[in-house]
Design a protein around this ligand. Sequence first.
Ligand SMILES: Cc1ncc(COP(=O)(O)O)c(C=O)c1O
Length: 364
Amino acid sequence: MTSRAETAGRIRLARPDVGAEEAAAVAEVLESGQLTMGPKVAELEAELARVCSVEHAVAVSSGTAALHLAVLALGLEPGDEVILPAYTFPATANVVALAGARPVLVDVDPRTMNLEPGRVYDAVTPATRAVIAVHLFGRPLDWEALQSAVPAELALVEDAAGALGARWRGRPCGGLGLMGCFSFHPRKIVTTGEGGAVTTSDEELAGAIRRMRHHGIEPHGSFEIRRPGTNYRLSDIQCAVGIPQLRRLDDLLEARRRVAEGYTERLAGLVETPSADEGDTHGWQAYVVRVDRRDEILAALRAQGIQAQIGTYALHRLSAYRDEGPFPGADAAFERALALPFHTKLTEDELDRVAGALTTAVSN
Ligand SMILES: Cc1ncc(COP(=O)(O)O)c(C=O)c1O
């Protein structure tokens, strides 16, 4: 017997917008014989720095690697505290713990699902060194409110993993803080398969991150290592996949905006739909609605071949971060957030199908 899902076809959660241009660029790298540490890395970095209006971009092997190197570059000591949201992808907190510092979870606003600046203010102690602020799912965090909530000497790092092309009051996310961290995972706006980057206008930090992604080796042939590093390099093959997408970023963003608008037209009034603050540009990494009985609705969509997903994680519900809290904002976000299939190739028919299935599930 054929199930309804098979008849109607599966609707995928994500689908990278890559094709002939990326394939040709990869073929060119393979033919060149220089598969890593070649010219494509610098080319991708220049494109990303341009997009974010910063002086430097350093390509690395994942968004997690970007966050890890950004945190290491701050030179944190044991006992130093780093404030970050209680509702985020766990990498935001994991890198702080791995660097030997203390992640301090702060609740999010259940409406925006981003950090609440007033609560950040309350969480600052003499041991606080930095804040990692996430623009969750591509929604720009209110940067001015965050800046005015913390002492000027604190380092503000953006976890812009899903915020490439997003703008806070016209300024690109990833160019607002001391450093910005991006992910190029296939569910992100631009993908290299796996990959990431750190953006900054601070030359010293950029140099430190460049060295640490390559074992700590000093540049210019001195064969010296002053501080241990990693291998978090991104290959030329991967950069070749990312460059054409970065060059057509405006088109990709426009396509994502249209899909988001298509969902909002169909779903407004039925569920809580996502948006950005007035004057901001959403990056639309994901389209995440809020519903009651989220798990039941998620199961109902999946039963119809619709690849929906939870939003992200409430860190204090994980064993690694269990003793923090309470965080009612993060709890509400975790329990209610539902990510719908979202990519540039979704058709009007598919949007109708998702909206129809969601309407039925919500009304049951
Ligand atoms: C907010 C956030 N930070 C960091 C990451 C980690 O990125 P990556 O998967 O490229 O390591 C992700 C990935 O989903 C993310 O959503």
